[in-house]
Design a protein around this ligand. Structure first.
Ligand code: BV8
Ligand code: ZN
Length: 264
């Protein structure tokens, strides 16, 4: 283990309160394309910023819905990776970890359930459940009455750039359903965001994993830690706007670095 990594590991093992912020990079090794990864599937012909917006849904609801149905089917075939599990195990062993994610894929949730069952008697998975700042891919919300429900099934023809699927409708008011995620230009849940900023400013260490640190307000969370002179550890494959400010930057895949960094 490098000197740097040993110091970062020491910091985490001694920390009372830890905030972990994750982005799409933590799910990359599970096979979930990242937002920067515009080379796969439907994403090749469309930029996420152009599809993940209320305007796009108003303009062409079936295209946006098909993109989400394509993503749901893809994510449904993915499993939490060693990075998700390392975070979940650490959160269950450590007891005071605030896990905040920008991801909507639900893999942190699934990792928490897996890690909780690894002990006998099984632990309560709650301490390893994430705050999902940008919502959940596997949940729908009615664009009319706001009713939330589990995601509509993705069986039938696989949605994709040429195969559109009809938008599901609300069982209550028949308005179009939409994925229960936060689109660009939409507000995040204010209390969840405030809690994340407060936790970061009071944490003994903030661990930032697999995010390009480009999307706000989430990208401001590690800045709140730095603003309160709290150390920030960044795990990423490449440099980001956070890198020059991070206390430690560990370059490499989260699935390889996190099990070593968070081993209890
Ligand atoms: C808001 C859910 C205000 C949907 C997402 C103009 C108009 C309107 C708003 C704005 C504007 N200009 C700026 C803004 C603000 C905007 C913004 O920040 N835009 C960016 C593009 C500049 N933000 C918003 O719009 C937010 N809302 O500001 O509202 C408001 C206030 C009050 C009232 C009304 C409005 C909402 C932002 C949330 C958008 N929704 N997701 C969906 O998923 O479909 S964002 C989505 O993109 C993700 O959730 C994530 O947050 C973001 C992608 O970022 P990352 O997760 O970092 O992923 P990325 O691919 O970028 O990077 C992956 C990283 O992992 C890379 O660094 C890579 O090196 C690394 N990596 C890869 N593999 C690995 C790895 N690391 C480790 N291991 C590996 N194996
Ligand atoms: Zn409805």
């Amino acid at each position: 283990m490098t000197e740097l990594r040993a110091e970062a590991r020491e910091l985490l093992s001694k920390a009372e309160r830890v905030v972990v912020l994750t982005g799409a990079g933590v799910s990359a090794e599970s096979g979930v394309p990242t937002f920067r990864d515009a080379t796969t599937g439907l994403w090749r012909s469309h930029r996420p910023e152009d599809l993940a917006t209320p305007e796009a849904f108003r303009r062409d609801p079936e295209l946006v819905w098909s993109w989400y149905q394509w993503r749901r089917r893809l994510v449904g075939r993915c499993e939490p990776n060693a990075g998700h599990l390392a975070i979940a195990r650490f959160a269950l062993a450590h007891g005071h970890v605030d896990l905040v994610t920008q991801n909507v894929d639900g893999l942190h949730h699934r990792a928490a359930l897996t890690a909780a069952l690894e002990t006998s008697p099984p632990k309560d998975p709650l301490p390893a459940f994430p705050t999902e700042l940008h919502g959940a891919l596997m949940r729908d919300r009615c664009s009319g009455c706001g009713l939330r429900s589990d995601a509509a099934p993705t069986d039938g023809p696989e949605a994709g750039p040429d195969v559109r699927v009809p938008v599901a409708r609300c069982s209550e008011c028949r308005a179009l359903l939409r994925p229960d995620v936060v689109w660009f230009g939409e507000a995040l849940d204010v209390s969840a965001l405030e809690d994340a900023f407060t936790a970061a400013a009071e944490a003994d260490v903030c661990l930032v994993v697999g995010t390009s640190s480009l999307v706000y307000p989430a990208a401001g969370i590690p800045r709140a830690a730095l603003g309160a002179d709290r150390p920030v550890i960044e795990v990423n494959m490449e440099a980001t706007p956070l890198t020059p400010h991070a206390t430690y930057t560990l370059n490499g895949p989260a699935g390889r670095i996190l099990p070593e960094l968070l081993a209890t």
